[in-house]
Design a protein around this ligand. Structure first.
Ligand code: PAF
Length: 282
């Protein structure tokens, strides 16, 4: 596996690969790699000649400085995981100045309103930070295909929108959520939970499964009430939001309409760790 330590080294590498006509699959990450990331690389392997990943903890997408500080960073561990997986041909480890040559700040994006929903409300500026880093990485890596997890479903929709609006010649693929045996969606943040709390957190997945079942017969307001009750009595767990949204616009819906697709979205704080999950409903 090639380790590309800065933009110059990356660009030379990409130029050589493009000359050889290689199709590049790309999965950007912020490190703290887990099975969820490996599932992105597996999807990329099937459709490309070359799989590239990047590890960069992007400062502009953290609206909370404490979250940025606490974000797990262990590059050697990540490189060992990548090497052992045998799924990745090259990993790009940009320096901050490779992504932000001048100021470390976001550009402003208009994602046709997708940015105003859910995480956009809870984390102001977050999606400008994501758009900025992903657009820059796309420009440098020049992939044919790029892969993102459905766990961050709104991020995936926003990156698709950005790619379409900027007319970038890249196909964006969403990869299904990778879950632990108890159903908890894998996330780098899970490392911050004790084993007991990780086990308790299976309730998030169980709640989504129940919501999917209730969605067949109950009104959306009743589903929301039932979900609220589940978390009312839970110590160490605080439901930040649960809602059902149109899968295309990501706007919260109060009533099902025929012909639309819906998805349930949930955010729960467990001992101060913010866990996010979602599930397609119909
Ligand atoms: O999903 C992530 O890990 C990040 O938001 C991404 C897409 C790598 C951008 O920093």
């Amino acid at each position: 596996m090639e380790i590309l330590k800065n933009k110059k080294v990356l660009q030379d590498f990409i130029e050589r690969q493009k000359e050889m006509g290689k199709r590049i699959g790309f999965a950007p990450t912020m490190g703290a790699l887990h099975e969820g990331h490996l599932s992105l690389y597996k999807a990329a392997r099937q459709e490309n000649d070359l799989v590239i990943s990047s590890i960069f903890v992007n400062p502009t997408q953290f609206n909370n400085p404490e979250d940025l500080e606490k974000y797990p960073r262990d590059t050697q561990r990540d490189l060992d995981i990548l090497e052992k997986s045998g799924l990745v041909d090259a990993v790009y480890l940009p320096q901050v100045e490779d992504i932000y040559p001048e100021k470390t700040e976001s550009k402003k994006y208009n994602y046709d309103g997708l940015e105003d929903e859910m995480e956009g409300k809870s984390r102001p500026g977050h999606f400008d930070g994501v758009g900025t880093v992903v657009e820059e990485l796309f420009n440098q890596v020049k992939p044919n295909n790029a892969y993102f997890g459905e766990k961050d479903f709104q991020q995936l929709a926003i990156i698709k929108k950005m790619t379409e609006k900027k007319q970038l010649p890249i196909t964006i693929t969403g990869v299904p959520i990778y879950r632990a045996e108890n159903g908890l969606a894998l996330s780098s943040r899970n490392q911050r939970l004790t084993e007991e709390r990780r086990n308790d957190s299976r309730i998030i997945y169980e709640t989504l499964l129940k919501a999917k079942e209730w969605f067949k017969t109950l009104a959306i307001s009743d589903i929301k009430e039932k979900v609220g009750t589940i978390f009312d009595n839970k110590h160490n767990m605080e439901l930040e939001y649960f809602l059902i949204a149109d899968e295309k616009t990501l706007k919260e819906t109060g009533q099902k309409e025929n012909g639309n697709s819906y998805r349930a979205f949930i955010v729960v704080n467990v001992d101060g760790v913010r866990l996010i999950d979602n599930m397609h409903l119909d």
